[in-house]
Ligand binder design. Structure first.
Ligand code: DX5
Ligand code: ZN
Length: 219
């Protein structure tokens, strides 16, 4: 049976002056999750959203908030994002010295915990903690900006992770982030991903196009 594919629009590509309305619009257009990119200008060369914005968006939808932390250290902010309304909190192994402890902290806050692998980060970085994660996010661009080109070499990593996840027998989501569009989405799905992040591909053309953009990504 083929898995259910979930689409997680990245609001990094939304109109920041109308962020609440943009979240309403993607929810109405059939998004499954809301992907929120948090950047600190240090771990990645860009600055974006803090817990205050997550809190302000929370009343707009019941869709899961998928919070992608590109900050280091991440530990001091986990509680704030959990309280702001995150449902899933993902962090990069490079963001701190104790990945297992960070994952336990997220779970202790009652949230789902994810690990994010940069294009140059090996699968081995998540393998020792795979029993402790709810989600693995594979970056198919270098994190920091929307609208970058999909890095083809990551397809093999997605395939290997799908096998690894299936061997655990656990329900672990395999999410892909970066350069996902109508052309790359079918390949990402064929490689074994079940959650697709899409910024540019969701928000292109404005609100009247969101529903057809999202539908086109489901394959
Ligand atoms: C990049 C972010 C992505 C980004 C994706 O650091 O993690 O979520 O917004 O944007 P697109 O879909 O435009 O590649
Ligand atoms: Zn992201």
């Amino acid at each position: 049976m083929s898995p259910v594919i979930r689409i997680a629009p990245s609001i990094l590509s939304a109109d920041f002056a109308r962020l609440g309305e943009e979240v309403d619009a993607i929810a109405e257009a059939g998004a499954d999750w809301v992907h929120i990119d948090v950047m600190d200008g240090h771990f990645v060369p860009n600055l974006t959203i803090g817990p205050g914005v997550v809190k302000a968006l929370r009343p707009h939808t019941d869709l899961p908030f998928d919070v992608h932390l590109m900050i280091a250290p991440a530990d001091p902010f986990l509680e704030a994002f959990a309280e702001a309304g995150a449902d899933i909190i993902s962090l990069h192994p490079e963001a701190g010295p104790h990945l297992h402890r960070s994952l336990q902290t997220i779970k202790g806050l009652g949230k789902k915990a994810g690990v994010v692998l940069n294009p140059a980060t090996p699968i081995a970085a998540v393998e020792p903690v795979i029993e402790d994660v709810d989600l693995i996010l594979v970056m198919t661009v270098n994190p920091g900006f929307g609208g970058q080109k999909f890095i083809e070499t990551q397809l093999g990593k997605i395939e290997s992770l799908r096998k690894l996840i299936d061997r655990t027998g656990k329900e672990i989501d395999l999410e892909v982030d970066g350069g996902v569009d109508q052309d790359t989405a079918p390949r990402v799905i064929a490689a074994g991903a079940n959650v697709l992040v899409a910024g540019t591909a969701t928000f292109k053309g404005g609100p009247s196009k969101y529903a057809s953009n999202i539908k086109a990504l489901r394959g």
